[in-house]
Design a protein around this ligand. Structure first.
Ligand SMILES: C[S@@+](CC[C@H](N)C(=O)[O-])C[C@H]1O[C@@H](n2cnc3c(N)ncnc32)[C@H](O)[C@@H]1O
Length: 175
């Protein structure tokens, strides 16, 4: 993702799902000095674990951390920001809402901008028959497969699902 960010030079990005801030730190050090990152997660204490590293890297001024569920924040951004005011988004949170996040990001991220969705292979289970998937992974498999079908059929975007890590879908808004 850092290579993608360095090629794109996005000035306005959104991160949904921060945890201890590893991907947030990677984003912040890979974007231009005047970039701003809106980072959303309901658990501030996890963000605070990684915050000393963000401060040490000198990039805390780029980050606007919002302690909240993401959906109400995205809905508010849709009210207060112009459509297409973000260049890039990284989604790595509750899988149940990936479709909801996608619909909002399709307005918040500009045409030509990029959304990256994490965990879209769900440990490779999306390519397996249900009978070959452990019970504890079945719900995640179903959610990831449903999102993958939805986004593959979405004519407003071009996508590329990279078999890296747990599966990363790069999605470019084209209309
Ligand atoms: C896998 S972790 C994120 C990891 C992080 N992106 C990284 O790579 O370092 C998932 C995070 O999503 C957050 N999350 C879960 N539900 C959420 C929601 N409704 N809105 C925003 N964040 C949520 C969790 O609190 C958790 O910190």
């Amino acid at each position: 993702m850092t290579m993608l960010l360095k090629m794109m030079n996005p000035k306005r990005t959104i991160e949904i799902g921060v945890y201890t801030g590893y991907s947030l730190l990677a984003t912040a050090i890979s974007t231009p000095p005047d970039a701003k990152i809106t980072a959303i997660d309901p658990v501030r204490s996890w963000y605070e674990i990684g915050l000393p590293f963000i401060i040490k890297a000198g990039i805390e001024d780029k980050i606007d951390f919002i302690q909240s569920q993401a959906l109400p924040i995205l809905d508010n951004l849709l009210l207060v920001r112009k459509e297409g005011s973000f260049d890039f988004a990284f989604v790595d949170a509750d899988k149940q809402n990936y479709g909801n996040y996608h619909e909002r990001l399709m307005k918040l991220v500009k045409v030509g901008g990029v959304m990256v969705y994490d965990n879209t292979l769900w440990g490779g289970t999306v390519a397996k028959h249900d009978g070959d998937v452990p019970d504890e992974k079945k719900e995640g498999k179903a959610l990831a497969a449903e999102f993958n079908r939805r986004i593959a059929a979405d004519g407003r975007v071009e996508i590329c699902l990279l078999p890296l890590g747990d599966g990363i879908t790069i999605c470019r808004r084209i209309s």
